[in-house]
Design a protein around this ligand. Sequence first.
Ligand code: NAD
Length: 366
Amino acid sequence: MEYRIGVIRGDGIGPEIIEEAVKVLDAAAHRFGHKFNYSELLLGGASIDAHGVPLTDEALADAESCDAVIMGSIGGDTGTSPWYRLEPSRRPEAGLLRMRKELNLFANLRPAYLFDELKAACPIKEELIGSEGFDMVIVRELTGGLYFGERHTSEVDGVMTAVDTLEYNADEIRRTAVKAFEIAMKRDKKITSVDKANVLDSSRLWRRTVEEVAKDYPEVSLEHMLVDNCAMQLVSEPSQFDVILTENMFGDILSDEASMITGSIGMLSSASLNDTSFGLYEPSHGSAPDIAGKGIANPLATILSAAMMLKYSLNLDKEARCIEAAVKKALKAGYRTPDIARKGEKGIGTSEMGNLVAEALSTCSV
Ligand code: NAD
C-alpha cells in the first residue's frame, strides 16, 4: 500500500530524531512492501526563520491532506533564542497549538511503558513497580482548558496582573472520555479520571461528564483521583494505573512525571487524534536545545511514535508491533543512548540507535 506522510523535522534535536524515525519507517516499508511518500512541512522555529510565522496556511493545509504527520519537537532555548523575543502568538509553540486546534486533535495519547531492559534506568525502586510492571496510557485533552483560554496581562497603579482562563464544555470532555474508554476496553479496563474537583468548577463538570460516559462502558471500572494525589501515587504505587484520563495541563505535567518511570523522557511517544483516522505523532519531550547537534538524543520516543502512527492512522498493526519488537531487541542487546545508560556506561549515538532498530526490523517476525 502507498501512504502520504507529513514530516515536520522541527527545531533543536527535532531533525536528528526525525531522521531516525524516517529511517525506521523506510525499513518497515521495505520489510512489508509498502511505500511511504513524505511531504516535508515547516512548523515552529524553522517556519519562523523561513516565513516569519510559526505555521503557514499552506503547511497546515498540506498537513491536513496527509494520511498522518510525524513530528520532531519544536522550540528553542526560551531564555536565549530570538524566537522568544517575539510576541507570544508568533513564537514556535503558537504554531503547534494552532495546528492542534485547527485539525481538531483533541485527544492526546501518551503510553508510558517500562521495558524490562530499562529497569535500571527507572528511578523508582523495583519493589514499588511490582511484578506487574509499569504499563499505562495517559489520555490528555489537548485542545481546551488553560492553554486555549483567554489570557491577558495588565498593569494598574504599577501592579502587574496576569489572567489565564480555564474553560471546558461538556462536549469537549465527553469526546476525550469516549476515546479513553475505547482504549481502556482494549487494555485492563480501568480508568483513573484525574481532576481537581474539590476546588475547580471545570473539574466538577469533568467528573460529572466522565461518569455519564462511563454508563456506556459497564465493563470498565472508573475511579476519580485529585491531581495532587495522582502526582504522589504515580511515584508511590505506579503499577495501579492502566488508563489515566485528564485535562490539558494536568496531562502535560503528569505525563512528564510518568515518562521518568520509563527511564527517560526520551522514551515517551505520543499520538494526537481527532475523529478521523488522521493523527499527529510526536515524542512527548521538547527540542532539548542543551543537547541539540551533539548526536546523542534518544530517538526511541520518536520511533515509537512512528509505530503509533502505523497502528492508529494507517491500520498497520503488524508493522507497528514489529517496530516495538525491534526497539526491544536493541535494548535487550544492551544498546543505550546516554539518557538511559547506567552510570559509567558509555551510550551510543542517535543515528547508531536508529540503525540498530532499522536492522532489527529487517528480520522481525511478530
Ligand atoms: P525538553 O523536553 O526539551 O528537555 C528537558 C530535558 O530532557 C533536557 O535536559 C533534555 O536534554 C532532555 N531530553 C529531552 N528529550 C530528550 C531525548 N530525546 N534524549 C535525551 N534527552 C532528552 O524540555 P525543555 O528544555 O523544557 O524545553 C525545550 C524547548 O522545547 C522549549 O522551547 C519548549 O517550549 C519546547 N517543547 C516543545 C514540545 C513539543 O514540540 N511538543 C514539548 C515540550 C517542550
